[in-house]
Design a protein around this ligand. Structure first.
Ligand SMILES: [Zn+2]
Length: 73
């Protein structure tokens, strides 16, 4: 299996809180509750998951070049 980053640090756009999270390997996480302010984060337009929008690493499917669950038809 290809090597990829399993952890991503999500930065909340609302309060700036940063939290290191382990990403699901075979699924995209669309919603994320900020551990700082409780805001529910959603991906920005064009991004498949909250890690792609707010994390330090893209989600595993993107890292492996497979595209994301949403973009696969
Ligand atoms: Zn927050």
């Amino acid at each position: 299996m290809a090597d990829f980053e399993r952890f991503s640090v999500i930065t909340c756009p609302a309060c700036g809180h940063r939290e290191r999270e382990r990403m699901p390997v075979d699924a995209c996480q669309f919603y994320y509750d900020c551990k700082g302010c409780g805001q529910m984060l959603r991906p920005e337009a064009g991004d498949c998951c909250v890690y792609c929008s707010f994390g330090t690493a893209k989600c595993p499917p993107i890292q492996m070049g497979e595209g994301c669950c949403d973009t696969k038809v």
